[in-house]
Write a protein that binds this ligand. Structure first.
Ligand SMILES: [Zn+2]
Length: 170
């Protein structure tokens, strides 16, 4: 399924709420900052409830993806029902290192770091919230006619136009 960066749709919230970790004196990772950039599915009507994380560093930017992690916050049962037989629910739930996307030799250590972040319920709630924001904005953008507020305005405009026309034809 197509995944798109949260940061692209919500640059300000993304800049403020993207999790990053500064590492010092670890055996398994070079010192410095690691950003956990979120991607969500942008397929209309989909409800897969998961995030893809690209781990990036300020020094290397988008030119190097240090790890790609897939994670779903719902129960295994949810992904079992949702994915049918086509996908492995254990992989969909994760967190796991996505074999179809870029990894580095530091990926396993970064997966451990991500597991550590997930121990904070705040972080999981933040991911869920971002998913919801992303999906809401996507569904609204795809079909503006479904937005009740826009519909009301359009109808009002149409009524005005019609009544004007009627007046002019007299
Ligand atoms: Zn999806």
């Amino acid at each position: 399924m197509p995944m798109a960066p949260f940061m692209e749709r919500f640059p300000e919230v993304g800049a403020r709420e993207t999790r990053s970790v500064t590492v010092t004196n670890r055996q398994d990772l070079p010192d410095g900052e690691y950003g956990f950039l979120e991607f969500y599915c942008n397929e209309p009507g989909c409800d897969c409830r998961r995030v893809m994380i690209d781990v990036l560093r300020p020094e290397t930017g988008w030119s190097k993806i240090w790890a790609t992690i897939s994670y779903g916050w719902e129960s295994l049962d949810f992904y079992r029902k949702w994915g049918g037989t086509a996908s492995d629910p254990i992989e969909t739930k994760g967190p796991y290192l996505d074999p179809l996307n870029p990894q580095s030799k530091y990926s396993p250590a970064l997966l451990n770091l991500f597991r550590f972040l997930l121990q904070s319920p705040d972080y999981v709630e933040r991911l869920k919230g971002h998913y919801q924001m992303f999906r809401d904005s996507l569904e609204q953008g795809h079909d503006r006619q479904d937005n009740p507020e826009t519909n009301r305005l359009n109808n009002r405009r149409k009524r005005l136009r019609d009544s004007n026309r009627r007046q002019h034809s007299h």
